[in-house]
Design a protein around this ligand. Structure first.
Ligand SMILES: [Zn+2]
Length: 595
C-alpha cells in the first residue's frame, strides 16, 4: 500500500470547459485514481478551479461584473460538469478560499526567507495622461514571439508564452489607445538559476515519463532566468511582506498561486476530515508518490515552476535554507501530460464557436460513451482529432456491439434458463482457458494504467472482451437446452468472465460498471461516484461554495472475484444505447451553426 497523490490540473473559471480540456486532465486522472484505489493504494485526488489572473479580469469587465462573481458562476458550472463526468475527486475546491490564500502566502514567505525570491527592478507601464499604473491586462500589442497582434501585457493567447508589457511591439492602452510610458517597477522573481542544478538532478532521476514530456522538461533547463512571480494587477493574492501587502496594484502571479493549489487542496481536505495533519502522508513521506495530470500547454508550470517552488521551500537549492512549517515537501513523481484533442480537423476555439462543451456532450450522450472514446482514442502521445463519425463508430461497434451485447446476452441467458447464477459442473479446457484469459488480464491492464498507457490498457481490456465473445460463439450455450449440466457450466463460466471484464473496465466506465454489476445480480456500490457538497469557507464563515467529494473507500479489489452461486439474476435492460448514424450530420450542423 502506497500513498498516491493524484494531482489534477486546475480548470480556469473564465468559461465552461469543453471536451478537449477534460480529455487532457479529467478522464485520464480519474481512470488512474480509480484503478489505484482498486489496487489497494491510499489515493488522494485533488484539484479545484483556478480563479486569478488577467483573462478572468478581462472577461469580467466585458460582462460588467466583479471578477469574483464571474469566478463563482463558472466554478459552479465546472463543479457540476466534472461531477457528471464521474471524476472521483476527494476534494475539488478553488483558489479563492481563505485556506488557499494562507497556504500560498506561507509558501511565499519561506521561499523568500530562504533567499529564492529576489527583488528586481523592471519596467512597468503607466498611463501618460493620468500618471497612474497601467496593469498588464490593460496593455495590448503585437507578440514579439509569434507576431499575434492581440497579445496582452502578461501573456500571448496565440502562442501561450508569458510576456512582460515592455516586450510587446506597438503597445497600447486598452482604455484609451495611448502608448504607455515605461517607468521602473519593483517585482519579486523566483531565482531559477539558483535552483537549476537541483532541478536537473531531480529530472535526471525521473524514468517512465512520456518521452515528449521528459525531453521538453529537460530542454527548459538550457535557458533559465529569474522569473517574475508578482505582477502589476489588482486581482490575486496579496504579497505577504510589509510594504507590499497593502499595495492594491501588486499581486502574486496567478501561476505562482495556482500550482500551490495541489498542496492547499490537500490541506483543506485534511482540515475538513478533522485530522488536520492527514495531508502529510502524501507530501512529507519519501515513500509517497505523486502524479500530475494536465494538457501539454501546462508542462512548464508543472515540471519547472512548481518543482522549483518546492525545492526553494525545502531549502534545497544553491542558496540552502530550511523548510517552513509544512516540512520538506516531495517533488512530483511524474508529470503526466496529454497532447491536444482537436475537433473535426481544427483546434478548439470558444471565441470562434468551434467548441463542444462538456455539458452539451453529457446532455445528449452517455457519459461512459464519451469516457470510452477519450480512453480508447484520446491524445495520450500525440494530438488527435475528435470527429463525430468516429465517436458514433466507436460507440456502436466497440461499446454497444462488443461489450454491451455480451453483457446483455449473458444476463438474458442466465435469467431465462436458471433465474440465478448456476453452479458449474466439470470445466472443460475451453472453459478453463477463457477464465485464465480474464483473470490473467488484470496484471497486464493494471500495469499499463499504472504506467499511464491508458490507450493500451483499454485496448487490452477490450481484447479480453473479444475473447469472451469468441468463447460464446464456440460453446454455443443456446444449443445446449438438452444438456443442462453443460449449459450450467458454460453460463457460469461466461458470467464469471463477464464479471472479470467488468472489473477491468470499471476505472474507465464507472457508470456502466455499476449497471453491469447489478445486471449480474450484484448489490451495493461497485464503482462509487462523486457528489457535490455545499460547504462553508473554513476561514470565512460568510462564504459558501460547492466542492466535489466522495467516499471511495469501498471499491472492489483489482482481481477476479468468484461469483456466488444462487445469486438471482433478473431480466436485463441494455446498458449502452446504439447511436443513429444521423447523429453525425446533426452534430456537424450544430458546429456550423455556432461558428
Ligand atoms: Zn505569441
Amino acid at each position: 500500500m502506497t500513498h498516491i497523490l493524484s494531482a489534477v490540473a486546475w480548470p480556469y473559471t473564465n468559461g465552461p470547459r469543453h471536451i478537449g480540456h477534460v480529455a487532457g486532465f479529467g478522464v485520464p486522472s480519474d481512470v488512474f485514481s480509480r484503478h489505484m484505489r482498486m489496487a489497494g493504494h491510499e489515493v488522494l485526488m485533488v484539484s479545484g478551479t483556478d480563479e486569478h489572473g488577467t483573462p478572468i479580469l478581462v472577461q469580467a469587465e466585458q460582462e460588467g461584473v466583479p471578477p469574483q462573481e464571474l469566478a463563482d458562476r463558472y466554478n459552479r458550472v465546472i463543479v457540476e460538469d466534472l461531477t457528471s463526468l464521474g471524476l472521483s475527486y476527494d476534494l475539488f475546491t478553488r483558489t479563492t478560499t481563505g485556506n488557499h490564500y494562507a497556504v500560498v502566502q506561507e509558501m511565499f514567505r519561506t521561499v523568500h526567507a530562504n533567499g529564492y525570491m529576489v527583488e528586481q527592478t523592471t519596467m512597468g507601464a503607466i498611463s501618460p495622461s493620468t500618471g497612474r499604473t497601467l496593469p498588464d491586462r490593460f496593455i495590448e500589442g503585437t507578440c514579439p514571439i509569434c507576431g499575434y497582434d492581440g497579445a496582452r501585457g502578461d501573456q500571448c493567447d496565440s502562442c501561450g508564452n508569458q510576456l512582460d508589457p515592455i516586450d510587446l511591439k506597438n503597445p497600447h492602452s486598452r482604455i484609451n489607445g495611448e502608448t504607455p510610458k515605461f517607468v521602473e517597477s519593483n517585482h519579486f522573481f523566483l531565482d531559477l538559476p539558483a535552483l537549476v542544478d537541483a532541478l536537473a538532478a531531480w529530472l535526471e532521476t525521473r524514468d517512465g515519463w512520456r518521452p515528449n514530456v521528459l525531453n521538453f522538461s529537460r530542454n527548459l533547463l538550457a535557458d533559465v532566468r529569474p522569473r517574475a512571480m508578482t505582477r502589476d494587477i489588482d486581482w490575486g493574492i496579496p504579497i505577504p511582506l510589509p510594504g507590499w501587502q497593502e499595495n492594491p496594484n501588486k499581486r502574486l502571479y496567478v501561476w505562482f498561486d495556482a500550482v500551490i493549489g495541489y498542496l492547499s487542496a490537500s490541506i483543506e481536505w485534511a482540515r475538513r476530515t478533522g485530522d488536520v495533519e492527514a495531508w502529510r502522508a502524501w507530501w512529507n513521506s519519501a515513500d509517497a508518490r505523486s502524479y500530475y495530470f494536465m494538457g501539454k500547454d501546462n508542462i512548464t508550470f508543472h515540471s519547472q515552476i512548481w518543482p522549483a517552488e518546492l525545492l526553494a521551500y525545502d531549502g534545497r537549492g544553491a542558496k540552502g535554507g530550511s523548510a517552513g512549517p509544512y516540512g520538506e515537501l516531495q517533488l512530483p513523481t511524474e508529470v503526466v501530460s496529454s497532447e491536444f484533442l482537436n475537433v473535426e480537423g481544427r483546434k478548439f476555439s470558444s471565441s470562434r464557436g468551434l467548441v463542444i462543451y462538456v455539458r452539451d456532450m453529457l446532455a445528449r450522450y452517455q457519459t461512459d460513451a464519451f469516457r470510452y472514446y477519450v480512453a480508447a482514442a484520446g491524445p495520450e502521445n500525440h494530438d488527435v482529432d475528435f470527429t463525430w463519425e468516429s465517436f458514433v463508430r466507436r460507440t456502436n461497434d466497440e461499446l454497444v456491439a462488443g461489450w454491451g451485447n455480451l453483457v446483455n446476452r449473458t444476463a438474458t441467458m442466465v435469467h431465462k434458463n436458471f433465474g440465478q447464477i448456476p453452479a458449474p459442473g466439470e470445466l472443460l479446457e475451453v472453459d478453463r482457458q477463457v477464465l485464465a484469459t480474464t483473470s490473467g488480464a488484470f496484471a497486464e491492464v493494471g500495469a499499463q494504467i499504472q504506467t499511464n498507457r491508458q490507450r493500451g490498457a483499454i485496448a487490452a481490456a477490450m481484447h479480453t472482451v473479444a475473447d469472451v465473445n469468441r468463447y460464446l460463439s464456440e460453446t454455443q450455450p443456446w444449443k445446449l437446452k438438452s444438456d443442462p449440466d453443460r449449459l450450467a457450466t458454460v453460463l457460469h463460466t461466461v458470467t464469471q468472465a463477464v464479471s472479470d471484464c467488468n472489473t477491468l473496465l470499471a476505472p474507465f466506465l464507472p457508470h456502466s460498471a455499476q449497471q453491469v454489476h447489478e445486471a449480474l445480480g450484484g448489490s451495493g456500490e461497485f464503482a462509487p461516484q462523486p457528489r457535490i457538497e455545499e460547504v462553508t469557507d473554513l476561514d470565512d464563515e460568510s462564504r459558501h461554495y460547492p466542492v466535489i467529494t466522495g467516499d471511495y473507500s469501498d471499491v472492489p479489489a483489482w482481481e477476479s472475484r468468484p461469483l456466488t452461486v444462487g445469486t438471482p439474476v433478473g431480466k436485463p435492460t441494455p446498458v449502452f444505447t446504439k447511436l443513429d448514424e444521423s447523429v453525425v450530420e446533426e452534430e456537424l450542423d450544430r458546429l456550423r451553426a455556432k461558428a
